[in-house]
Write a protein that binds this ligand. Structure first.
Ligand SMILES: [Ca+2]
Ligand SMILES: [Ca+2]
Length: 145
C-alpha cells in the first residue's frame, strides 16, 4: 500500500509541478517509474505469449522469482508489474523473458535514463526496445531528485 501511495504522490507531483529538483537543491539522482509495458511483438511466437520481468536498476518486477505473462498487443500497467521504479544516478530499464531451466532467460532489450536532459516532464516518455521479431514499448516518467 505504501508503494502504491508513494507512486501516486510522485505521479501527482510530476503532473502538477514538472520535473525540476527543488530550488536550491542539487539533483543527486534520477527517479524512474515505469508506467506501462506493451508487448508489440512477442518473442515466443509459437507459445503465443511471453513471460517477462522488468528489471529497473538491478531490481526485478513484479518479483524476482515470478514473471508475468503477456500476450502480443497486451499492455501491462504499473500495478500489474508491482510498481517498477528506482532512483540512481543512472537507471537502466530492461525487459527479460522467462525461459524454462536449463535455458537461460532472454534479455529482450533495454534503455538507460539519467535525467541529464531534465527528465521526461509531466507527459512522460516512451522507449521501444527489442530486435529480430521482438518489440516492447516502455512508457515511463523520470525526474531529477
Ligand atoms: Ca525466450
Ligand atoms: Ca515475435
Amino acid at each position: 500500500m505504501l508503494r502504491v501511495f508513494m507512486s501516486v504522490v510522485f505521479l501527482t507531483a510530476a503532473l502538477s509541478a514538472g520535473t525540476a529538483a527543488p530550488a536550491g537543491a542539487r539533483a543527486s539522482g534520477c527517479e524512474v517509474v515505469v508506467i506501462a509495458v506493451t508487448a508489440g511483438d512477442i518473442q515466443e511466437d509459437a507459445a503465443g505469449f511471453d513471460e517477462i520481468w522488468v528489471k529497473v536498476a538491478g531490481s526485478w518486477f513484479p518479483t524476482y522469482l515470478r514473471s508475468i505473462r503477456v500476450n502480443e498487443g497486451q499492455t501491462l500497467t504499473n500495478s500489474d508489474l508491482n510498481n517498477p521504479r528506482a532512483t540512481k544516478a543512472s537507471v537502466t530499464v530492461s525487459i527479460h523473458e522467462d525461459d524454462p531451466w536449463p535455458k537461460a532467460n532472454d534479455v529482450l532489450g533495454s534503455f538507460t535514463e539519467d535525467c541529464s536532459d531534465g527528465g521526461t516532464g509531466p507527459g512522460g516518455a516512451v522507449q521501444t526496445v527489442g530486435s529480430g521479431g521482438v518489440s516492447y514499448t516502455v512508457s515511463y516518467f523520470a525526474r531529477p531528485v
